[in-house]
Write a protein that binds this ligand. Structure first.
Ligand SMILES: Cc1ncc(C[n+]2csc(CCOP(=O)(O)OP(=O)(O)O)c2C)c(N)n1
Ligand code: SF4
Ligand SMILES: [Mg+2]
Length: 344
């Protein structure tokens, strides 16, 4: 991957500065990864069509990307993109959509585009809520999270979008986070080159709404990095060897008090403890040690600890989940039209 100065990408690919996003929003990171992928592949900008619906993530290409962009209606970006791609199959057609836009109101378009295996790349920004309209519950909001429409916690369970889209028939399916910029950029490159329906879910930070979701009280300037650290802590990449010489102690009360109790209990052992954010369990004590059996023995009866959790439990799996080939929709359609023409 070649690295050029930021000014190069800005001048060549970005139409408007400053961006419309809140400071620290993940959408800017995703735009950055996208233009680097386009640049790396050397795709001429006039061969790219970016299509988006409604929501903060819809603003990633429109009006920011210097190229053709189609800013459509809520949930319908894939339907517009299908029309454009059928009319001009030579276009690299890329849909930027939010989790509400793509998996809520537009969920039906998503699964049917995957079923058809139409040659479109969908980049779905999962910020776990309807961010633009105030952080309402979405079909991707994690169980128990507090949103403006679930103030006592989300009683529902979220879609696993990767499984959903894979089951519907997509031929390239991946999931990354805004922390994993190198992997995400490479995955966008791969998706753009893939002939068929490609789908990348990007777990993204929205400091403005996730402050409530995760109950963070820090000043705004500290939130983006805290959320990114949480993404790193709460995910693992499939197929890569994992370090598993640690566990989490879930606090029964205040996390600070649990940390103190854990540190006292571990005295004399080769172990270190610190507070971290875990996307499934909140603020927890992470204990690193080569002797987890002894650690568990000491912590399992502590009143300040509710329960112990293994290194990978409750974590989100990242990586490329599907990479296969089967006939592409616009190609099948072209052959059908030729055949029908010959039969007249
Ligand atoms: C038909 C219709 N319904 C509702 C809205 C209001 N609305 C605008 S953006 C949005 C939420 C978008 O959420 P998401 O797709 O997750 O994007 P984000 O802002 O989180 O990036 C909603 C409900 C609308 N514009 N049109
Ligand atoms: S509300 Fe959230 S997703 Fe929307 S621009 Fe602000 S930080 Fe980004
Ligand atoms: Mg959203």
């Amino acid at each position: 991957m070649s690295v050029k100065p930021l000014s190069y990408y800005r001048e060549r690919y970005i139409r408007f500065q400053p961006s419309p996003f809140c400071p620290g929003c993940g959408n800017g990171i995703i735009l950055n990864c996208f233009v680097r992928a386009v640049d790396e592949l050397g795709i001429p900008q006039k061969q790219i069509l970016c299509v988006s619906g409604i929501g903060c993530s819809a603003w990633i290409p429109s009006p920011n990307f210097r190229g053709d962009t189609l800013h459509t209606t809520h949930g319908r970006a894939i339907a517009f993109a299908t029309g454009a791609k059928v009319y001009n199959p030579d276009l690299y057609t890329v849909v930027f959509t939010g989790d509400g836009d793509g998996a809520g109101i537009g969920g039906n378009h998503l699964i049917h585009a995957a079923r058809r295996n139409i040659d479109i790349t969908v980049i779905l920004v999962n910020n776990l809520s309807y961010a633009m309209t105030g952080g309402q519950i979405a079909p991707t909001t994690l169980h128990g999270l507090r949103t403006t429409t679930s103030p006592y916690g989300n009683p529902e369970h979220p879609f696993d979008l990767v499984k959903l889209v894979a089951a519907a028939g997509a031929t390239y399916v991946a999931r990354w986070t805004t922390y994993h910029v190198v992997e995400l950029t490479r995955s966008i490159e791969e998706a753009l080159q893939h002939r068929g329906f490609s789908f990348i879910e990007v777990l993204s930070q929205c400091p403005t709404q996730q402050r409530r979701l995760f109950g963070f009280r820090d000043p705004m300037r500290r939130l983006p990095s805290r959320i990114l650290e949480m993404f790193a802590e709460s995910t693992y990449i499939r197929g890569r060897p994992q370090r598993e010489s640690y566990l989490y102690a879930l606090p029964r009360g205040e996390p600070d008090e649990a940390l103190k109790a854990v540190e006292d209990a571990l005295k004399g052992l080769e172990a270190s403890a610190r507070l971290v954010d875990h996307i499934s369990y909140g603020r927890v004590v992470r204990v690193d040690s080569e002797d987890l059996e002894a650690v568990s023995e000491r912590l399992s009866h502590l009143s300040a600890v509710e329960r112990l959790v293994d290194a990978l439990e409750g974590k989100i799996e990242l990586g490329v989940f599907v990479r296969e080939h089967r006939p592409e929709f616009t190609e099948s359609l072209r052959m059908l039209i030729e055949r029908a023409g010959g039969m007249r």
